[in-house]
Design a protein around this ligand. Structure first.
Ligand SMILES: [Zn+2]
Length: 399
């Protein structure tokens, strides 16, 4: 694998599905998994099998139906979890067990109530056990970015020694800044003697809105797997957004020179499918996939986009699977956009008609936020009906 190729690890069906309001049944998970396969993700985290019977069933079904991506099942560092995950992903063409344990003192003392020694032993026992099921084992140190660095280096070295092929160090609570997480990965990768035997992975949360920036900073420091979700869904404020990471590499390859195997034209359809399945709308101004991401209402912007879309668009809507940019008719719109929209619905206006329709459109936009095609048709009809015969048929008199 080329050194600048990123492994896209999608966790929409695990971290994303854990978020309030985002739960899906087995059939829905399988539908989304098929779409993620079309999208071209490298690793598809299908669920947390020990969490419930339904979760285990969904992981099993996805493992047996979906080919192409590696299918991962999550497991805590204990025997029951690993056995359950191992059995659930068994049917996959390429199966991965993703096992994790918290490593920060806060989590060890307050949540797990175990010592650092116990934690290290759990890593030794369970990475070894996971390797009995598959050669593809990912180890995660939960709350890694708030873990004592010496202890974390020791944990990472041990996990790799015991057979972990991917080491994921999450910013579990979304607390890092980009410069900080870059330094963090540089330190760990530089200090762990067997670091070259594993792929390093980043998993960033968006509590401060820095998940994508932190992901890209981690990549600069040597991470080659990025964990992310469709629409950035996930625990609390969510995970790093897959579509944003991918499009940064496409649009700004000059500054962010990494490649992925994502079919970008499937980004918008995938986003829509997730939104439909969960009945959770995508934020209107969400980058790449929000309904306003390629919409223009201001007259100056509309005029620019009509003349040359590059004036206000840095990527083509079609590249991410959006049919075309939309010129939203509202009170900020100009005559150019109105004329174009009328032409799109099959109406050609004279200059006089355009003026009248424009005035009525602005009037309506003051009362309702946007003017839909049906409103526009009604306005055109009204304006034409009001016109004197001499205005509508200027040629008749001379005939
Ligand atoms: Zn997470």
């Amino acid at each position: 694998m080329a050194d600048n190729r990123l492994i896209i690890f999608d966790t929409t069906l695990r971290d994303g599905e854990q978020a309030p309001g985002f739960s899906m049944n087995t059939a829905e998970k399988l539908r989304l998994a098929r779409q993620l396969q079309t999208l071209g993700v490298d690793v598809l985290e299908a669920g947390f099998p020990i969490a419930s019977k339904d979760d285990a069933e969904a992981v099993r079904l996805i493992a047996s139906e979906i080919t192409g991506p590696v299918i991962a099942g999550l497991a805590r560092c204990n025997r029951a979890d690993i056995e359950c995950a191992g059995e659930s992903v068994q049917a996959a063409e390429r199966a991965r067990i993703h096992t994790f344990i918290a490593t920060s003192d806060l989590h060890l003392e307050r949540k797990l109530r175990i010592s650092r020694e116990d934690c290290l032993q759990a890593v030794i026992d369970n990475v070894t056990l996971a390797r009995d099921y598959t050669d593809d084992v990912e180890f995660s140190a939960e709350d890694a970015t708030r873990t004592d660095l010496d202890f974390l280096c020791c944990i990472v070295e041990t996990a790799i020694e015991r057979g972990a092929t991917t080491v994921n160090l999450p910013d579990t609570v979304g607390y890092c800044t980009p410069d900080e997480i870059e330094q963090f990965f540089t330190d760990i990768i530089g200090r762990v003697p067997n670091a070259d035997k594993a792929v390093f992975s980043t998993h960033c949360h968006d509590d401060l809105g820095l998940a994508v920036a932190n992901t890209l900073a981690s990549v600069r420091a040597g991470c080659r797997q990025v964990e992310c979700t469709i629409n950035g869904v996930g625990e609390r404020a969510g995970n790093a957004s897959l579509e944003e990471i991918v499009m940064v590499t496409r649009v700004r390859g000059d500054r962010v020179p990494y490649t992925t195997q994502i079919q970008t034209t499937a980004l918008f359809p995938t986003s829509q499918m997730l939104s439909d399945l969960t009945h959770e709308p995508v934020q209107a101004n969400k980058a790449i996939v929000g309904r306003n991401a390629f919409a223009h209402e201001a007259g100056i912007h509309q005029d620019g986009v009509i003349k040359d879309r590059r004036t206000y668009e840095i990527m083509r809507p079609a590249d991410v699977g959006v049919a075309q940019s939309t010129l939203v008719l509202g009170k900020h719109s100009g005559r150019h956009a109105l004329k174009q929209r009328c032409e799109q619905i099959g109406v050609e206006l004279s200059r006089l008609e355009l003026d009248r329709v424009y005035r009525e459109m602005i009037d309506l936009a003051d009362r309702q936020k946007t003017v839909e095609d049906t409103d526009l048709s009604a306005i055109v009809e009204r304006v034409r009906a009001q016109q004197a015969p001499s205005e509508t048929r200027p040629t008749q008199q001379s005939a």
